[in-house]
Write a protein that binds this ligand. Structure first.
Ligand code: G1P
Length: 294
């Protein structure tokens, strides 16, 4: 892929959930603050890796959706804290300045009640405005298999198609009930013609409705964690919220994505890279081992 300049300026990262899959640690520590050791041997909280993924891909401003009570801990992370700073070696002090600079690009948005991922995205509506925006899951980190980062690949597809884009990856039939899954047809260059998006389908449903021609039996396409969406998504989310249209008690994003793909069109792209879902204990553990060497 060639170099390009992205037209997408803002990224939204929802981190306002309770992270119950990481119980009991998440009773006291936000899962987005759990550390991962990177290839330089730095212990980085997951949120930092995600903010870097966005900024290093050309995004100018990042909106992090948090619970109000969690603002201080996230804010502190991006600030120079004098008594802590004094204890650091010069190279670490320099790194603190880098974090502060990164933090100047971050705005905290709040979700007052924890009523689902779709609702958390909706909380970014006013901050985003009417421009297309990048959406990154708050617990996924990425390792690209090509020179461009995973986010950059998605932004480039958006630049080429001018249409909503969802990154996908291949999962096995045993995982479909954990992820948003996509049905359609594989076309050239990792692009998929999408015809359905469904939240956490059981295997039988996936076999019946989400099989992608050309893929192996019991392999499916799941959300990768990186999306470029138009502001139209907020209309669909608002409709559901106003009508109290909940799924499993929560306002979901996926059903609104399905509406969006039907009305505006959507490109699905098989990302050349790996995503690590750090929101699940076993995958978090494996990420600790694999991420350092990617
Ligand atoms: C959310 C999305 C789902 C996606 C998943 C990845 O679900 O709704 O489509 O596949 O993230 O972790 P959640 O993890 O909030 O249950």
């Amino acid at each position: 892929m060639k170099e390009f300049t992205t037209k997408v300026k803002k990224a939204v990262i929802p981190v306002a959930g309770f992270g119950t899959r990481m119980f009991p640690a998440t009773k006291v520590v936000k899962k987005e603050l759990f550390p991962i050791i990177d290839k330089d041997g730095r212990a980085k909280p997951i949120i930092l890796i995600i903010v870097e993924e966005a900024i290093n891909s050309g995004i100018e401003e990042v909106g992090i959706v948090v619970q109000k009570n969690d603002i201080p801990v996230f804010r502190d992370f991006f600030q120079v804290l004098p008594s802590y700073y004094e204890k650091l070696s010069p190279d670490k002090q320099e790194y603190c300045q880098y974090l502060q600079n990164l933090g100047s690009k971050v705005t905290f948005l709040t979700q007052s009640e924890q009523v689902g991922y779709g609702h958390a995205v909706f909380c970014a509506k006013d901050w985003v405005g009417d421009q297309p925006f990048l959406l990154l899951l708050g617990d996924h980190i990425y390792a690209s298999e090509v020179k461009q980062s995973c986010t950059n690949q998605i932004l480039q597809i958006y630049a080429q198609t001018n249409q909503n884009v969802i990154g996908v990856r291949i999962i096995s039939g045993t995982e479909t009930h954990h992820y948003g899954c996509i049905g359609g047809n594989l076309v050239a260059d990792g692009l998929i013609n999408i015809d359905a998006i469904y939240e956490k389908p059981y295997l039988n449903f996936a076999r019946e409705k989400l099989h992608v021609a050309g893929m192996k039996e019991d392999e499916f396409l799941a959300v990768f964690g990186i999306y470029v969406l138009t502001a139209k998504i907020f209309d669909y989310l608002e409709e559901n919220i106003k009508q109290n249209a909940r799924e499993k008690g929560e306002f979901q994003l996926t059903s609104c994505l399905d509406k969006l793909q039907k009305t505006e069109g959507m490109t699905t792209y098989l990302v050349k890279g790996k995503c690590f879902d750090t929101g699940m204990p076993d995958v978090y553990w494996q990420t600790m081992i694999d991420y350092k060497f990617h």
